[in-house]
Design a protein around this ligand. Structure first.
Ligand code: SAH
Ligand code: SF4
Length: 359
């Protein structure tokens, strides 16, 4: 078997190479992180771009086994921001010189939902003189819907594959028509054809998940040729079916460590994509996101959802900053990012260099 330092010299990693990198400890892990930090600096620079995250609604028609806002969870107070509240949050992002916003919410499929998002996209463009970049993250939709939203001004889309292994996918989703693995894949291809910069990702440290699964996920991302990635640790939630399998979980610190390694290895495999530092990292370590920015991530999504709603958008427990207003977050984030040795790319879209290069 190759040593970690030999693997790090290779152009392309095999599944076995990736598993070896993901299992590295101590000096080998430091070497991995040093190498990925260097590759980041050389290819995307030490600039972090902000995407103001607006969690506009926790109403969802799906029942993913891991998620706290799944449809069948009756212990959630459902909310839906008004259009004006969403526009105000976007205005806050623009006035704070964040280059972009992300509209994220539960998954709904209907003409009225499509029209609502279309109008919101147009209004956000209007109030920001076309300056705010917009990422959408509202799940699986038809090609036509993706296209309409693209035409209305969205240019990036986040849809995690959650797991590229079909068997594992169905361990974490119901096996029914609402949750088909093939549909998820198709949706990713449709997003690409509709013209988006496409982001995907997985949860790390799920029950039933092995290092081979995670290595295959990274190879899937490379093969699909993604433009962006958002991946973070899985964090169990009491009111979900996967809570029953919590006995199988590795400790939170190990999930955190594995998530950092996943980010580092992906940075080596896809040098100029955008990699987000997931909020879930901060739920485990108070400076978790900054650690990810140091070793490979270059995007951060400050939560700008109005404070009163944040407590109800709990995909997982121990979610950070749910009691803060957006402005507090801004000040504390700036200091943290400078601490991590990065600069902030204010007023810039910070598009995926990888996407631009393909064009
Ligand atoms: N409904 C949309 C967007 C909201 S969910 C969608 O599903 O795409 C956004 C992401 O939150 C999901 O892709 C999932 O990977 C993550 N998530 C959900 N529950 C989680 C949990 N318990 N721990 C960590 N991440 C979770
Ligand atoms: Fe709904 Fe997304 Fe949660 Fe699944 S992960 S239940 S689609 S909000």
């Amino acid at each position: 078997m190759l040593s970690v330092s030999d693997i790090l010299k290779k152009e392309n990693f095999s599944l076995e190479d990736i598993v070896a990198l993901l299992s590295s400890s101590k000096e080998d892990r430091s070497l991995l992180f040093q190498t990925s930090a260097k590759v980041k600096e050389e290819n995307v620079g030490n600039i972090v771009y902000f995407r103001g995250l607006i969690e506009f609604s926790n109403i969802c028609s799906k029942n993913c086994y891991y998620c706290g806002i799944r449809k069948d969870n009756k212990n959630v107070k459902r909310y839906n921001l008004s259009d004006d509240e969403i526009i105000e949050a976007a205005r806050f992002a623009w006035e704070s010189n964040y280059g972009s916003v992300v509209l994220q919410g539960g998954e709904l499929e209907s003409e009225s939902f499509t029209v609502r998002i279309e109008n919101l996209l147009r209004r956000i463009k209007e109030i920001s003189n076309g300056e705010l970049g917009i990422t959408l993250s509202v799940g699986e939709q038809s090609y036509d819907v993706y296209k309409r939203w693209f035409d209305a001004g969205a240019h990036r889309y986040l849809l995690r594959i959650e797991s590229s292994d079909k068997e594992l996918y169905y361990k974490i989703h119901p096996l029914d028509d609402m949750h088909r693995f093939e549909r998820r894949l198709q949706a990713l291809y449709d997003l690409k054809s509709a013209g988006y910069q496409v982001g995907t990702g997985v949860m790390i440290g799920l029950p039933f998940q092995t290092l081979e699964h995670l290595a295959a996920d990274l190879l899937f991302m490379k093969e699909f040729d993604i433009d962006m990635c958002g991946m973070g640790p899985y964090i169990e939630h009491t009111d979900t079916p996967l809570w029953e399998n919590r006995g199988m979980l590795i400790p939170l610190e190990d999930r955190f460590d594995l998530a950092l390694k996943m980010i580092a290895v992906l940075r080596l495999m896809m040098k100029n994509i955008n990699i987000a530092s997931a909020t879930a990292l901060q739920a485990i370590d108070p400076i978790g996101r900054e650690k990810a920015l140091k070793i490979g991530a270059n995007i951060i999504m400050p939560n700008i959802t109005p404070g009163m709603y944040r407590d109800d958008y709990k995909l997982y427990e121990n979610k950070p900053c749910t009691d803060e207003e957006a402005a507090d977050c801004k000040n504390c984030l700036e200091a943290r990012i400078h601490m991590s040795g990065n600069k902030i790319g204010y007023n810039e879209w910070g598009d995926s260099l990888h996407f631009n290069e393909k064009k």
